[in-house]
Design a protein around this ligand. Structure first.
Ligand code: PLP
Length: 351
């Protein structure tokens, strides 16, 4: 067929999501979803939504949720931006903060979407090297980049960078936007959100997808200086002011209000993680320290892609990345206790 699409559509290598399946026989530990369902409170909030009002556009300002989040984080409403998942906020950030041909820095091993946004928006990237044990080498960030972004804890390594090191970056790189993607912060890390009061170049991005069991509703938010939030709003209102729907907003509000379920689920995941790491280590696996709801590990003899295939054959899905330095590793999401026991016993059998 003759070419009816743009060069961009022809050349882009898009992000590859982990496999999704509705097959109930498959134990799905490949996309860092939460093993717990949304809380009763959240489900109730969805059930009691005024469904007749769905004929109306949702509140483009997402005011109610912003108010809830500003109380929760003790910041002003104008310090909050809400979007359709944090992926949308990341996409807006590239447009709001960087010009084509600008160079930004992110870790050599990190969330694969960052490279995709660079290609999409024609922004260039410099890799921040990791140490041999996968810690971000912050001292190696070049001075002349226009922006810095990484998840904290990093994905798919799971390693957490203490806030003090983030503050060092902010002090040293005052003339560029520094984005900290806190998708996994609720599993034992310490948030750097409070630093937004002292550093106007910091943007912290959060999601309801992982720790709040709402990946299916697509809610994310960012916290930062109101000038940064304003720039994001300009992009959002030039793209889709209604990207957050009414039902999603109501569910997100209920999730913030039900702090108890949220905390106890996160704690349960941290406990299952601890037990799983112990079992992996006793099987002789090399485990990267994790502050997330996943574990990156390798086996000294069996190759990562072989373990991946063998687990898949036993109906257990984990994630294998064809990325240099971690090709021999696998990332396993923390599922329920039952799921993790099945994972460990299958792994034991095949080892
Ligand atoms: C899962 C994930 C996201 C995307 O989250 P959504 O809110 O579901 O779009 C962003 N950043 C990192 C590092 C993630 O792992």
């Amino acid at each position: 067929m003759k070419k009816l699409w743009s060069n961009l559509a022809e050349e882009l290598v898009p992000y590859q999501p982990g496999e999704q399946t509705t097959n109930e026989n498959i134990i799905k530990l490949n996309t860092n979803e939460n093993p717990f369902p949304p809380s009763e409170h959240v489900i109730n909030a969805i059930k009691t939504c005024n469904l007749e009002s769905l004929s109306l556009y949702p509140d483009h300002d997402v005011t109610e949720l912003k108010k809830e989040l500003s109380n929760y984080h003790n910041v002003e409403k104008h310090n909050i931006f809400v979007g359709n998942g944090s992926d949308e906020i990341l996409a807006f950030s590239w447009q709001a903060f960087w010009n084509p041909e600008d160079v930004i820095a992110f870790p050599e091993i990190t969330y694969n979407f960052y490279k995709v946004y660079c290609d999409l928006y024609r922004v260039k990237s410099e890799m921040i090297p990791l140490t041999a044990d996968f810690k971000i080498n912050t001292a190696a960030i070049l001075n002349d980049v226009k922006g810095i972004i990484f998840p904290n804890p990093n994905a798919p390594t799971g390693r957490f960078l203490p806030i003090i090191e983030i503050e060092e970056i902010l002090k040293k790189h005052t003339n560029k936007v520094v984005i900290i993607d806190e998708a996994y912060i609720d599993f034992g890390g310490v948030s750097c959100i409070e630093l937004i009061n002292r550093y106007d170049n910091l943007l912290v991005i959060r999601t309801f997808s992982k720790s709040r069991s709402l990946a299916g509703l697509r809610i994310g938010y960012a916290v930062g200086d109101h000038h940064l939030i304003q720039a994001l709003n300009t992009i959002r209102y030039s793209f889709n002011p209604y990207s957050v729907d009414y039902v999603g907003m109501k569910a997100a509000i209920a999730s913030i209000q039900d702090d108890q379920t949220f905390r106890s689920n996160c704690q349960a995941i941290v406990e299952i993680r601890r037990a799983t790491i112990q079992k992996l280590e006793s099987l002789g696996c090399h485990v990267i320290p994790s502050m997330t709801n996943f574990i990156l590990f390798s086996h000294p003899v069996l190759n990562g892609s072989i373990i991946y295939e063998k687990l898949k054959h036993k109906n257990i899905l984990v994630r294998h990345f064809d990325t240099p330095k971690i090709q021999n590793y696998l990332r396993v999401s923390i599922g329920s206790e039952t799921q993790m026991n099945a994972f460990i016993s299958s792994l034991t059998e095949l080892i």
